[in-house]
Write a new protein. Sequence first.
Length: 86
Amino acid sequence: MDDELFHKELFPLSIDDYAMLLATSIGLAIAAGGGIGGGGILVPIYILVGKFPPSLAVPLSNVTILGGAVGNFYFNSVKVSLRSEL
């Protein structure tokens, strides 16, 4: 396996994994509140905190942004449907 693309196993989670989860959650909350995608925040978090190489940090950021967009769509849909019932 190419050493550049190798990353540790998912479990057990390390303290770096928890720090990355916290930083990513805060970064996504800021990005969603500001109306931006978040790639400029997430890629450096994945590289610096998560120790991912850039070739893995960029697609991971894209998948994270997709998940955030789906979550925002769902919660905004629920808010709109609740308003229409009133």
